[in-house]
Each structure stands twice: as C-alpha cells, then as structure tokens.
Write a protein that binds this ligand. Structure first.
Ligand code: MTE
Ligand code: MO
Length: 252
C-alpha cells in the first residue's frame, strides 16, 4: 500500500470511529496514561494517538501469532537494502567477530556485547510473520535472545521509557516503548530458520519486533539507547519513519 492510501485509511478510519470531540477525549485519555506517540503532533496526530493508545490499553500483553514449522515460507523475500560498504565487508570476512552491540543511555552500566556474548544469553525462538508496509510478508523462524535479558543485564533506570535502536546503516534507526522492549517475543536475532541470520535478512544481528510492521525490525543492529525522551533523537519523532510519512507506532 502506498504511503498516501495507508494514511488516508488511518485518518478515515479514525474519523468514522470517533467525532472530532471523541478524538479530543481520546487524546486526553492517552495523555493521562502517558500514551502519546512521539509523532502525535502532525496532521495525522489524532489518528496516530488513537491507534497507539487503544492498542496499548487493550492489548498490552498480547503475543503476535505464532505458526507451525510447516508454515515457514520456502522462499522468504529479503527486502533490498542499500549497499553496506567496505567496512561491513571487512567485518563480514572475519565472521563478524568484531561486531559490537553498544548499550547506553539510562542504564546502570553502559556495556558492549559481541554476537558470541549474545549467543550465550538464554535462547528463544518463534515462528512469526514479518509484514512490510508495502503489502508482502513471509513466515520465518527467528532465533535469538530476548531484548529484556540484555536490559536486565545492564540495569534499566526507572525513568527510562523508550529504547532507541540503531543500525550499521546510519539512516536506519527506530524506537519502541518499554511494553514492546520487554515483550517476550522481542528478540536480538542472530539466527533464522535453523541457521545463522543471513546478511540479506539483517545478519549478524537484527532486532525483531513481532507486534509491529517489518520496518520496526531493524537490520544490522549496533546500538541500543535507553531514554525518557525521544525528542533528543533525530527530528524528535521517534524514528526516521515519521520523517518520511509513516507512523512511529506500526502495530499489527
Ligand atoms: N537496516 C535496515 N533495516 C531494515 C530495512 C533496511 O533497509 N535497512 N528495511 C526494513 C523494512 S521496510 C522491512 S519491510 C523489513 C524487511 O525485512 P526482510 O528483508 O526480512 O523482508 O526490514 C526492515 N529493516
Ligand atoms: Mo518495508
């Protein structure tokens, strides 16, 4: 679906569901529960707020649907990525032994982990669907360590409300709230369909966020930052997506 038609759908849906007055009430309720998304200010803000607040209040603990092994897509589609460059090639040649995931911000101890370190964390896997906002999807098995385990290791300060995560590709960064960060299906993924995570699918490390659209599952993960305020990052909208007209919150 194109940006425009998805936008129109969200705005139109919100319009049918609630009058302008209803939206104002919803926004007040969202504010009271601290559920205003970072991109709530724009033209589509009331719709974004309603979607995010409603999902968080109603489905806070829900799991994304899991599938059986026989349903794994035979030919998963790796979305095209921009060229990764010489430095990535060098890291790849040495088996990503020098790859590091930095953890900083509102944590008790800043730290840095290799892929091998993360592979020593408790392993979890799930067979879930990844859906691109463009309409295609596939089912895959994702293997990794819960992000919650990493957060426990470094000690999250109580004021932290969001996890900002960045990629080796500087244009790709995003953030999620603590409900998704601590969610049991949110994995620091290093494996796929029984093997290593291929580079095309984000190897050596990808954050898999199952309850949101594919673009929240950022590939080539290099840094995780805990914060109480998304205004400090990029244009202050929580990720590069709202800068391009997509929602920060992309719940499915
Ligand atoms: N670093 C990085 N992460 C990324 C992307 C990208 O181009 N670079 N594309 C995103 C988009 S738009 C989607 S839909 C999914 C696609 O995942 P796939 O390649 O496993 O299908 O990855 C997301 N993560
Ligand atoms: Mo996508």
């Amino acid at each position: 679906m194109s940006k425009i038609s998805r936008r129109a759908l969200i705005a139109g849906g919100a319009g049918v569901a609630a009058s302008a007055a209803g939206l104002a009430v919803a926004a007040k309720l969202a504010a009271r529960h601290g559920l205003l998304p970072p991109d709530s200010g724009g033209v589509y803000g009331p719709g974004e707020t309603l979607t995010y607040a409603a999902q968080r209040l109603l489905t806070r603990h829900s799991l994304a649907r899991e599938f059986s092994r026989s349903q794994i897509s035979a030919k998963p589609l790796a979305n095209e990525v921009a060229p990764l460059g010489d430095e990535f090639g060098r890291l790849q040649k040495s088996g990503f032994t020098e790859w590091r995931l930095a953890v900083d911000g509102m944590v008790a101890n800043t730290a840095s982990f290799s892929v091998a370190d993360i592979q020593k964390f408790p392993e979890r896997s799930h067979i879930t669907m990844i859906q691109c906002e463009e309409g295609w999807s596939y089912i895959g098995e994702w293997i990794g360590a819960p992000l919650s385990h990493l957060l426990e290791r470094v000690g999250v300060l109580p004021q932290a409300r969001y996890v900002v995560y960045r990629s080796f590709q500087p244009d790709w960064w995003d953030s999620i709230d603590m409900a998704d960060a601590l969610h049991p299906q949110t994995l620091l993924t290093y494996g796929m369909n029984g093997g290593d995570l291929p580079v095309g699918f984000g190897g050596p490390l990808r954050l898999r966020v199952t309850r949101q659209l594919g673009y929240k599952s950022v590939k080539y993960l290099t840094r995780v930052t805990l914060t109480d305020n998304l205004k400090k990052f990029g244009k202050g909208l929580g990720s590069m997506e709202p800068e391009a007209g997509y929602s920060w919150y992309a719940g499915i």
